[in-house]
Design a protein around this ligand. Sequence first.
Ligand SMILES: NC(=O)c1ccc[n+]([C@@H]2O[C@H](COP(=O)([O-])OP(=O)(O)OC[C@H]3O[C@@H](n4cnc5c(N)ncnc54)[C@H](OP(=O)(O)O)[C@@H]3O)[C@@H](O)[C@H]2O)c1
Length: 345
Amino acid sequence: MKAIVWTKYGSPDGLHLQEVEKPTPKDNEILVKIRATTVTAGDCEMRRLQLPLMLSFPMRLYAGLIKPTRIPILGQELAGDVTAVGPNVTSFKIGDPVFGVTGFKFGAYAEYICLKANPNETQGALALKPANLSYEEAAAVPTAGFEALHFLRQAAVQPEQKVLVFGAGGSIGTFAVQLAHTFGAEVTAVDSAPKLAMLRALGADHVIDYAQQDFTQNGETYDVIIDVVGKKGFARRLKSLNPDGRYFLANAGLSHLLRDWWTSKTSGKKVVIGSSSQSKEDLLFLKDLIEAGKIKPVIDERRFSLAQIPEAHRYAETGRKIGNIAITVGTDDGSRTRRFDSFGG
Ligand SMILES: NC(=O)c1ccc[n+]([C@@H]2O[C@H](COP(=O)([O-])OP(=O)(O)OC[C@H]3O[C@@H](n4cnc5c(N)ncnc54)[C@H](OP(=O)(O)O)[C@@H]3O)[C@@H](O)[C@H]2O)c1
């Protein structure tokens, strides 16, 4: 089978299309013919190994000290069809369309992957694909959907609470805006100008172009701030939180950990860091919302094939992507994928 093999940390030049051995499922595994995968900001950070200090060393230990020898193939999200099942598998059958996430195994930048039929939370999550999504759309759901859901659940968002999403137009942000809107919150979405119309269509009540306006200077305060950007200015943004508000950080560094501790000690505000787990229950929860028409993944209009994954990584790093980058694997040309501008709001 073909796969994008990861040979070195750093630029996308370390990603190569190669012929590798097709895997065979063990007794409790299924073989999935991958029809779509994604390139996320997280994939790019992993490739560069440019992670917060507290993560980069453990990740290097896990993946390989000098080269990523223990993770030969990157990619966490996928959608595809089950083409073989191990003898102990009862939860899936050949022909089932599935979507999910591989956990720390990675390996979704390939034509086939073997996955545990009933993984634990470090081994990913897998479920039948939502009936109303293309493979490309379905592949873009799990990791960002989990993260956004995790934040909104921890915030226990109530109807009419004010939620601000900082970096709303990317993978996590587009799910966070839709979930907050679905939970009845008044949503403010902050991102660059080309993404604001899409964010309104997803349910944002207010949109702010961060190049034109600094939301910390607009006199408003919020019950919940979801920050997926995490650049400098964090202390200023914290001031826009209500006295008992919750501030969620998707990519926290050591300074944020200290700020988390200090803020919680000295005020009613709480800074929350840490990632979601990857559970089948949450995947099914997201699937139900998708099939009920309440949320849907936003896919950038630029499409890539498996061979073009290095190019997709470069594109992800331009900052121009809208929502998620989908990769079509095999013969599916993605023609059933609708763009964000067909979203009903
Ligand atoms: N995706 C996941 O599942 C996941 C899970 C855990 C943690 N994380 C971490 O969370 C972070 C965000 O992930 P993501 O996948 O949502 O990233 P993403 O898709 O790249 O989205 C980030 C968004 O922030 C916007 N942005 C950049 N600078 C901004 C600024 N100064 N003010 C407001 N908006 C700004 C970007 O727009 P412009 O480029 O147009 O400026 C983009 O729309 C990453 O560090 C990632 O590692 C991600």
